[in-house]
Design a protein around this ligand. Structure first.
Ligand SMILES: C[S@@+](CC[C@H](N)C(=O)[O-])C[C@H]1O[C@@H](n2cnc3c(N)ncnc32)[C@H](O)[C@@H]1O
Length: 300
């Protein structure tokens, strides 16, 4: 599966695409609108839209810079692509983009959306708070084997951006807290709810605050679980890091583990946890996973 998202994302879930496609089939869903309330790089969402497994995607993220990126590329494409084409990749420019990023008045702008993208492509592991690949000074850059542009290949990134702009009529962007987003979904009419698939990938329980600028404390995870328990008709899938606290919060649900980087002879327990709404079925057995090259789930 090629990677459609232009964002590098810690814990990115492009690898879930085939599993989600199989889930849609197993649940006889048609004309699907697919939503990610914690979208981040939205890798699975874009793949599903590109391969026409779903009709529309809803990309929501509470983080204003991440939201600004999506809002810019989808709804302010020309301005964004102008910045993309005309901004050099250098440590001096990185400093400038960093200033835009960290002095952003907590509101949307295309400049902030572009600065977010720039730092995501230039920083170590795509972490917005991290330093530049190759070091934060001209001297360090000169000596570095991998320099600031190691992950910023304009020729391969531009087509990915163009694919998104071409699909813009099928993409809705929002900047809600995930709980409010779920509330909106719950308030849809029954027909719309039946064709909606929600995949939730909240900030990791343990390392969330290191990786993302918006993260959760224990109570937030609990509130999300309560909100999900209160939904009706909606079909949802939820993934997490595999930790006891989350297993405890979701103890009354079917729980599975999986690995994002798996081999066919994968380990017995995975690092990730997965559960789903009780009105839905999971397509996965180890055999099906092998046949479809989807993620193998192990029931716990
Ligand atoms: C684990 S990452 C999602 C990664 C994503 N599945 C991907 O494939 O790239 C979690 C995301 O949730 C966002 N987030 C954190 N708190 C949130 C909240 N309360 N509501 C909505 N989004 C939130 C973070 O900004 C981050 O982008």
């Amino acid at each position: 599966m090629s990677i459609a998202t232009p964002l590098r994302y810690p814990g990115g879930k492009s690898v879930m695409t085939t599993f989600l496609k199989n889930f849609i089939t197993a649940n006889n869903m048609e004309n699907v609108c697919y939503a990610e309330p914690f979208a981040g790089g939205a890798g699975a969402a874009l793949n599903l839209l590109i391969n026409r497994s779903v009709d529309r995607i809803l990309i929501n993220d509470a983080n204003i810079p991440v939201y600004s990126f999506w809002e810019s590329i989808v709804n302010h494409s020309e301005e964004f692509l102008y910045l993309f084409d005309n901004t050099p990749i250098s440590i001096e420019e990185w400093e400038r983009q960093r200033n835009i990023f960290f002095n952003n008045d907590a509101q949307f702008s295309v400049e902030l959306g572009f600065a977010t993208f720039y730092l995501n492509r230039c920083n170590r592991s795509g972490i917005l708070k991290a330093g530049a690949i190759g070091g934060n000074s001209v001297e360090k850059q000169q000596q570095a084997k991998y320099k600031i542009d190691a992950r910023f290949n304009k020729e391969s990134l531009r087509p990915k951006l163009e694919v998104i702009t071409n699909l813009r009529d099928s993409i809705t962007i929002s900047n809600l807290d995930a709980i409010d987003f779920l509330e909106q979904c719950q308030n849809l009419n029954n027909e719309d709810k039946e064709s909606l698939l929600i995949y939730l990938d909240p900030p990791y329980y343990v390392h969330g605050s290191e990786l993302y600028m918006n993260s959760y404390i224990h109570d937030d995870h609990q509130i999300l679980a309560n909100r999900l328990r209160a939904t009706t008709i909606l079909k949802w899938i939820l993934s997490y890091d595999n930790v006891d606290e989350i297993k405890d919060i979701y103890r009354d649900f079917d729980l599975y583990t999986f690995d994002l980087k798996y081999t066919v002879q994968t380990a017995k327990t995975g690092k990730e946890l997965l559960t789903h709404s009780q009105n839905s079925v999971l397509p996965e057995t180890r055999e099906i996973s092998r046949a479809t090259r989807s993620i193998p789930l192990i029931r716990i």
